[in-house]
Ligand binder design. Structure first.
Ligand code: PMV
Length: 329
């Protein structure tokens, strides 16, 4: 049987940085994110007795690294064990954005893969907590691309208790994530290494001891739709995560010169009272500017004029992973 799923990328307002268990990817802290309407992965999976090996095709992408294919075949192995089947699979997948540039392609990719694979095997895909747990095994942030809208990944203490849940539906708050993409090249250091060495930073203990209070405060700001409090917390948390990365051994610098230029431009707009945007950056040079819809146009205009900004993508809060009727093969 063949099935297709679509899953969004997500942007974290309170970041996941560091794993308590590298095998199950149970994290060191809760994290909070929003699913993105315009950045997604579509994946079709078919399992069949006539296939003699797994075949994986990325549509519309140049060079695909062996390591990426291996991650997917490893995920398929786990899905086979989980589902009690031995069949090989054909997987065709398409991202509508460049991979590994600070947009969580592994999140949307593995969320789509788990939903499409289980559906292709005739399994139930209605238990979102279970889908989220399984997605986490392949990429931590993928667990947050399963529920709809605004999401909290509850750290938990083992596989069973660590998964993401919706905290507000997509239509709760009409905020935007204006994404400025500055490179289409794969980053040199992925997030896996960053998670692994986070605790070599002297700042990491301080980060972990302050996360619970931030989670509480940001959820409260989201509940009250207090945009400035919300923005200040999410921006601080992003710089806090990068401070840990920069002071890890060896130091990780995810930014490019354009990243700084964009940060300063957003600060300048805010200082001038022209638009209230707040920046957040994942493990790459791409800058996400979080704003209210009324400020979106101004921010987009400024970002588009910055030299080195290749593309600006305007996102609304979106639904999580789901089945999709149009197959890719
Ligand atoms: O790509 P992952 O699942 O290893 O984690 C990356 C984590 C950040 O994107 C840097 C932060 C976050 O919470 O999304």
């Amino acid at each position: 049987m063949k099935a297709t799923a679509i899953a969004p990328a997500n942007i974290a307002f309170i970041k996941y940085w560091g794993k308590a268990d590298p095998v199950t990817r149970v994290p060191q802290n809760n994290s909070i994110s929003m699913n993105l309407s315009e950045l997604h992965t579509t994946t079709t999976v078919e399992f069949d007795a006539s296939f003699t090996e797994d075949s994986i095709t990325f549509l519309d992408e140049g060079v695909v690294k062996k390591a990426e294919i291996l991650k997917i075949t490893n995920a398929l192995d786990r899905i086979r064990v989980y589902s009690g089947v031995t069949l090989h699979a054909k997987v065709v997948t398409r991202n509508n954005f460049p991979k590994a540039t600070g947009i969580a392609s592994s999140a949307s990719g593995f969320a789509a893969l788990i939903v499409a694979s289980l559906a292709a095997l005739g399994k139930d895909t209605s238990n979102k907590n279970e889908l989220s747990r399984l997605a986490r095994l392949f990429s931590g942030t993928a667990c947050r691309s399963i529920p709809d809208g605004f999401v909290e990944w509850e750290q938990g203490h083992n596989h069973e208790s660590s998964y993401a849940v919706q905290i507000f539906p997509p239509d709760w708050w009409d905020i935007r994530d204006v994404v400025a993409i500055v490179t289409e090249e794969m980053k040199a250091v992925g997030s896996t290494e960053g998670h692994a060495i986070a605790d070599t930073s002297l700042l990491y203990k301080a980060r972990l001891s302050s996360v619970d209070a931030k989670i509480h405060a940001i959820k409260d700001a989201m509940q009250r739709k207090d945009f400035s409090v919300f923005g200040r917390i999410l921006e601080e948390d992003s710089f806090n995560m990068h401070a840990v990365a920069l002071t890890s051994s060896t130091p990780l610098v995810y930014w490019e010169p354009q990243t700084i230029t964009i940060i300063k431009a957003v600060f300048a707009l805010r200082a001038a009272g022209k638009a209230q945007g707040y920046v957040t950056i994942d493990a790459g040079p791409t800058v996400h500017v979080i704003c209210e819809s009324k400020d979106e146009e101004n921010i987009v205009r400024v970002l588009q004029k910055i030299s080195g900004v290749l593309r600006v993508v305007e996102n609304k809060p979106a639904r999580g992973a789901r089945l999709w009727a149009e197959h890719l093969f």
